[in-house]
Design a binder for this molecule. Structure first.
Ligand SMILES: Nc1nc2c(ncn2[C@@H]2O[C@H](COP(=O)(O)OP(=O)(O)O)[C@@H](O)[C@H]2O)c(=O)[nH]1
Ligand SMILES: [Mg+2]
Length: 234
């Protein structure tokens, strides 16, 4: 095991992308790493900032891609996944709700050969993490509960962005989700393949819609639908 690939899907994240990437570059990861930024055709300065970061990055750890139009988080992740050169992959949202300094400890069980997939759970530390709106909190618990009922799992946070796995496992999946249906789709495929998902606690600082949170009620219903159809799909 020699390299970590951190994928950052970014859509209109000019406020946080620089700070996030600079923070990642300063983390003493136990293995080599690359940062793959996929700009989802942002309308703000996200791409320009990412380009500058890329040009100034003497360590050559940053790789930058850009979608030709706004296509969604799932699509952006696919672009990233197709370009990984590492053996372990993790998704890092661009908005700093999740703190990348926690990634090295999440990698430990995989590096030690004790796990193939790790989910960072926001709910192992608190039932309602800091800054998470009540509606989002209840939706998260419900979607995790539904996952557990349908797939016989015992997860506490299906929707977490921190999903780490061996690239060899990722390559076994056939993902088609384009938007926020990514989380239920990847989780159901892993569980259907009987791949064990191990959870570790993480911290979380939720942001509000005015700060740029874009997930909506409709994404909740899409997630329910995706969990159901994947369960009964042959
Ligand atoms: N909302 C949204 N986010 C996108 C899109 N493409 C990439 N992303 C990124 O996906 C991540 C998650 O989005 P966010 O709005 O924070 O959703 P949430 O934290 O799950 O509620 C962020 O890093 C976004 O920049 C897109 O088309 N729409
Ligand atoms: Mg977010």
């Amino acid at each position: 095991m020699s390299k970590l690939s951190i994928i950052i899907p970014a859509y209109n994240e000019a406020k946080t992308i620089r700070r996030l990437v600079e923070k990642i570059l300063a983390i003493p990861f136990p293995i080599d790493f690359e940062v793959i930024i996929v700009d989802d055709s942002s309308k703000d300065r996200t791409y320009r900032i990412a380009k500058l970061l890329n040009e100034r990055d003497l360590s050559k750890k940053i790789r930058l891609f850009r979608n030709d139009a706004n296509r969604g988080k799932g699509y952006s992740l696919q672009q990233g996944f197709q370009n990984v050169t590492g053996d372990i992959v993790v998704v890092q949202d661009a908005d700093f709700e999740y703190d990348p300094v926690e990634i090295p400890s999440l990698m430990q069980p995989i590096l030690a050969g004790r796990a193939d997939v790790i989910y960072g759970s926001r709910f192992l530390g608190a039932l309602r993490p800091q800054g998470m709106a009540w509606a989002n909190c209840i939706a998260n618990h419900f979607l995790t509960f539904l996952t557990n009922v349908l797939y016989g799992s015992r997860l506490t946070d299906m929707e977490t962005c921190y999903k780490l796995m061996r690239v060899s496992i990722l390559k076994e999946l056939s993902l088609s989700a384009r938007r926020f249906d990514f989380e239920p789709e990847i989780t159901s495929q892993l569980l259907k393949k009987k791949i064990k998902i191990q959870e570790l606690p993480i911290s979380y600082h939720g942001r509000t819609a005015s700060e740029g949170k874009k997930i909506k009620a409709r994404d909740f219903f899409i997630a329910v639908w995706v969990l159901l159809i994947n369960r009964f799909k042959p």
